[in-house]
Design a protein around this ligand. Structure first.
Ligand code: 13P
Ligand code: SF4
Length: 302
């Protein structure tokens, strides 16, 4: 392990590379990252980094987002097959259909989506900024893709908007049940329930806090409570425990694990840096089209 870490350090220096990671990747990958955060943080940081190479330890849409925002940098995705199934759960045809139906519609695209979907949208959002951004849009009609659960969570807080829902979902969060939360609460009655908004509305309704991965970590760290039931992908446990050694964190039912995030390993990072591949390669016109809604997101998040 130590040898692998040393090799990564050596390669980073030689290539002027930085390693960015999402909280859902394996603990040892989180530990070697220069920048770690939620999807919003990773997109925002990618625009501020002064390096020739970005190694994005996350799923494909995260690598594409980094590339779209940094067309001149080399973005490496250590596991090219690490894809988020939800990113494909909407279609450009459906977007066009909705645009033809509603004159004043804003197509709001959760960043967990392909570059093609982003390119066909008006603005991107993440779970950390979706409420702020949708609220600020002048449009009455909102077509929110691809995640139905995040869409419902935002729509419930913005009754002045008319939402058109899409039927995408994250298999890791969508499968959490009310019964699992009830069981977990019965076992730990003192614990606060922290839920990611990709969970179903009946699950978020049971939460003491709802937010992005960074939001959940911040809330638990600042809270006076000592016990928490964590309802998102289990990778966040690493940072939660690191920052809060005196607090206890529990799961609800089975552990929620994103198999794609776990595909990134130290060996694959070494290979990626040595060979400078797999690299995120995108069509120039697609990058340009996806750039606009991503930049609009960054501007509206300020
Ligand atoms: P965050 O933006 O909250 O980190 O979530 C990303 C993700 O993939 C959730 O499943
Ligand atoms: Fe996609 Fe869900 Fe994995 Fe996040 S946890 S990357 S939304 S499959």
């Amino acid at each position: 392990m130590e040898q692998k870490k040393l090799r990564i350090e050596e390669l980073k220096k030689a290539k002027n590379a930085v390693i960015m990671a999402h909280y859902y990747v394996e603990d040892e990958v989180q530990d070697i990252a220069d920048y770690i955060g939620d999807s919003y943080y990773l997109s925002d940081m990618a625009t501020k980094i002064d390096a020739d190479v970005i190694v994005l330890c996350g799923v494909a849409f995260m690598g594409e987002s980094a590339k779209v925002l940094n067309p001149d940098k080399k973005v490496l995705l250590p596991a090219l097959d690490a894809d988020c199934p939800m990113a494909h759960m909407a279609t450009v045809e459906k977007i066009e259909e909705i645009r033809a139906q509603y004159e004043d519609v804003a197509v709001v695209c959760y960043v967990n989506s392909t570059a093609e979907l982003k390119a066909a949208s008006d603005v991107c959002v993440t779970s950390a900024n979706a409420l702020k951004i949708v609220k600020a849009l002048p449009n009455k009609h909102i077509f929110f893709i691809p995640d139905q659960n995040l869409a419902h969570y935002i729509a419930d807080q913005l009754p002045e908007k008319h939402f058109i829902f899409n039927d995408g979902f994250c298999h890791v969060h969508h499968t959490v049940t009310v019964e699992q939360i009830m069981e977990a609460k019965k076992a730990r009655p003192e614990a606060l329930v922290l839920v990611h908004p990709e969970c179903k509305p009946e699950v978020t309704a049971m939460a003491d806090y709802i937010g992005s991965t960074s939001g959940i970590i911040k809330f638990a760290t600042e809270s006076d409570a000592k016990q928490f039931i964590v309802v998102t992908e289990m990778g966040v446990m690493h940072e939660l425990k690191k920052r809060n050694p005196d607090k206890s964190f529990y799961t609800a039912g089975n552990m929620q694990v994103c198999p794609n995030m776990k595909k990134i390993t130290l060996d694959k990072i070494i290979d990626a840096l040595e060979q400078e591949k797999p690299e995120v390669i995108m069509d120039a016109s697609l990058m340009e089209a996806a750039h606009k809604p991503m930049v609009r997101m960054l501007e509206l998040s300020l």
